[in-house]
Design a protein around this ligand. Structure first.
Ligand code: HEM
Length: 230
């Protein structure tokens, strides 16, 4: 047996708490609702299941109800996350703002993606990552607003009724209900593209920088070797 058996080498790992419980819950509620909204939304756009004529089950209605429930989950998480960004004592995303303002930080991040050097930044997120998350958040806000406009158009009591006036105002601003629906459909693709790149990058970052990455958003902890690049 060789004396240089690498599997017996010991490496010290540092454990760092990076994601609080509420951030992790927000992340997974958002992930779950986005997946459900894309699937049920595409079904609403193209309802391919037809109940037999004798059936009184309105498939479209149930799918639409599920879409609205997940829609309200997304609205709640979007509001909670925005509140934390502005008012939490030390929000992880707000901390990364420093890097967005720094040209050096941008260059370092882009270089690190090309396997050139490491990625030191003040917050948890790199500048490009921050801007991407800001973009997908604005897309979520757009989906919540247009979703509520489509909702208020059908439900005239409760929340729908309370939102009637602003919903009509937005409908006119966007050039009619058909336009609201079409834009709600187009922006769905932003989420599909985001999810594919987001998952790929999360796995890649873990391998590239020897950090915990996918696990951290479940456990809250990041582990990286004490010496060398983390
Ligand atoms: C990531 C978020 C979301 C995605 C990807 C999404 C996707 C979609 C899609 C693809 C459609 C079908 C549009 C069409 O007919 O071509 C749709 C319809 C609709 N969505 Fe969303 N949606 C999202 C968020 C929301 C939210 C937050 C609400 C608010 C409750 C909402 C309420 C609705 C309503 C009421 C309809 C119309 C249903 C109908 O025409 O019968 N959506 N959505």
């Amino acid at each position: 047996m060789s004396s240089t058996n690498v599997s017996t080498n010991k490496v010290l790992y540092v454990r760092q708490h990076i994601f609080s419980g509420v951030i992790r819950i927000c992340h997974w509620l958002r992930a779950m609702s986005i997946v459900a909204l894309v699937i049920t939304g595409f079904y609403i756009a193209w309802p391919f299941l037809v109940a037999p004529q004798s059936s009184d089950v309105l498939v479209q209605g149930w799918i639409r109800l599920a879409h609205e429930i997940f829609g309200f989950v997304l609205i709640a998480v979007t509001l909670t996350r925005a509140y934390l960004f502005f008012f939490s004592k030390d929000d992880i995303e707000r901390k990364s703002l420093k890097d967005v303002m720094s040209v050096k930080s941008w260059i370092t991040q882009l270089k690190s993606y090309l396997w050139m050097g490491h990625l030191p930044h003040a917050g948890v997120y790199g500048p490009l990552q921050f801007v991407t998350y800001l973009g997908i958040t604005l897309a979520a806000v757009f989906m919540c607003i247009t979703g509520l406009v489509l909702y208020a158009n059908v439900y005239h009591l409760g929340i729908g009724g309370a939102l009637w006036e602003p919903a009509m105002w937005i409908t006119q601003l966007m050039g009619g209900l058909a336009e609201v629906r079409v834009w709600h459909h187009y922006i769905t693709w932003a989420f599909i593209i985001f999810v594919v790149i987001h998952v790929y990058m999360a796995v890649w970052m873990g391998i590239r920088f020897k950090h915990n990455s996918v696990d951290s958003i479940v456990s809250g902890y990041d582990y990286h070797p004490e010496n060398g690049h983390h």
